[in-house]
Design a protein around this ligand. Sequence first.
Ligand code: ADP
Length: 263
Amino acid sequence: MNAELQACGLDVGSTTAKIVAIDRAGRMRWWHLEPAEPRVEEQVARLIDLAGTAGVDLQTAPLVATGYGRNLVAGAARTVTEITCHARGIRQEFPGGGVLVDIGGQDSKVIHISPQGAVVDFAMNDKCAAGTGRFLENTAARLGVALEDLGRLTLSSSDEVPITSTCTVFAESEVISLLAKGVRLEPILRGVHRSLVRRLVAMIRGIGAASPLLLSGGVAQNQAVAQLLSEEMGRPVQVSAHPQLVGAYGAALTALEMRPSRA
Ligand code: ADP
């Protein structure tokens, strides 16, 4: 066992599952991320075993679970909402509050965090795929573009073709028919990203824009999203260093705060 690993956070997302172990000072020491599986309980049990193999002593290191599947985590000392965990995780990296925009695979959230780290207000979109990573995933798959290349290709063109459909399914058809008409891929991608970003901007404005603007979630790895969001909002956007792990990290920090030695 590795005595340095003092607490664990597990984020069971709709698209990916992430587990993080931290040391006494709250530093991330070990993590693992993989695609979400339909048999959540089995996956969770395997991830917990994996943490054990990595040296986490789960008898002494508490585990906090978050994410949509958090209630299926047997062995969690506590379950905590994604909003609370994301706010806690991002505060460690960017103390002083702001507005966190988290874009995951099937939902997006905007969280207003006070300078003291409290959640002031939040908005969540889990109804419409067009404002989530799923929209970009589907578009990339349709166009035969790797997810990792989306951002670079999008930013490689300053031309943009607007996408007028508001629903993912219709937007995908629109993209295909634009390609069939001979429109270049890059300006279409720029239009697709603009459409996603405008949805986020509407959510941010609904919450009330507080500075700084912070970005997390798997989609934060797409540099075009950060750049277009910054353009639309007219201010800089700061991207988390481990954007997909913010929720799991926040869960681990919450677990660390539960340890009796720190009470
Ligand atoms: P959740 O927490 O909801 O399960 P994540 O925060 O893990 O979701 O984000 C998953 C999304 O991240 C995917 O839908 C995909 O769009 C996006 N994504 C994952 N990896 C990359 C990458 N390398 N580049 C761009 N986008 C990515």
